[in-house]
Ligand binder design. Structure first.
Ligand code: C5P
Length: 236
């Protein structure tokens, strides 16, 4: 398997074609972005941490029956993945109130959400990833009813598995985002799971150990990513 040309350069990852039409290489760069890509900074080791973090989580999800695109860890900052036809919808689960939910509803950060909330957003940079619902998906044909229902079920299932992993590591999984794609017609988990795409707090102190440190201009971003990675055993 050989890396060929660049397929797509996102805000934090670059995707490359390979000589196998069914496989891609995902390269995790050291950049981090917020405010719709208006605020970008580079942090040494971030690509390495997120690549390894994502690999471990994907492996654990697959072991528990969630199909993912992950094939193999290739290097410090690259993984080999299945080439999916991506579905332009972000699936979000919220176990506690934070981020856009508290801005929208004016509730207090950290409030327990029982049952957890499932939100969907359209991936559309020009429209700033607007919040949508199942009815919009049907009307505009962004994803079939059946595939969306599958995505929702898989996201809830992932929440159970992930809650367990992070709880055992003394962490609270506040919320997270998943993206799915199709491979031979089957809904498969794609993209990444990392502290860039989730909120993770220390259980005792509620200290934020995720991308909110960057969003809110707090210090210790990489130290925090490393802390969660070490707690769930990414580097052993
Ligand atoms: O911004 P909001 O509070 O809706 O985000 C919910 C969760 O989804 C957070 O963990 C955030 O990091 C993640 N997210 C993401 N990519 C986006 C939007 C949200 O990873 N484009």
């Amino acid at each position: 398997m050989k890396k060929t040309s660049e397929m797509y350069r996102g805000k934090t990852k670059t995707v490359y074609f390979t000589d196998n039409p069914n496989l891609l290489i995902l390269e995790f760069r050291n950049e981090i972005s917020a405010l719709d890509g208006k605020h970008i900074e580079t942090f040494e080791r971030k690509g390495l941490i997120n690549n390894n973090f994502n690999y471990l989580i994907m492996k654990k999800l697959m072991k528990s029956g969630i199909p993912t695109h992950m094939e193999q860890l290739l290097s410090d900052n690259q993984s080999l993945v299945k080439k999916l036809t991506m579905i332009p919808i972000e699936c979000i689960i919220r176990n506690r109130a934070a981020g856009s939910l508290i801005n929208r509803l004016g509730i207090i950060e950290g409030v327990l959400l029982n049952p957890p909330i499932f939100d969907i957003f359209l991936k559309n940079d020009l429209q700033h990833d607007p919040m949508i619902n199942e009815s919009y998906c049907e009307t505009f044909g962004w994803v079939s009813k059946e595939n969306l229902s599958n995505m929702k079920q898989l996201t809830y299932k992932a929440n159970k598995i992930l809650n367990n992993i992070f709880d055992n590591a003394g962490l609270i999984l506040v919320d997270f985002k998943l993206e799915f794609g199709l491979f031979n017609g089957q809904v498969i988990l794609g993209d990444e799971f990392s502290p860039d795409s989730s909120r993770l707090w220390d259980k005792k102190t509620k200290y934020k150990l995720d991308k909110d440190r960057f969003r809110y201009g707090l210090n210790n971003l990489i130290k925090s990513y490393e802390e969660v990675a070490n707690r769930i055993g990414v580097f052993i």
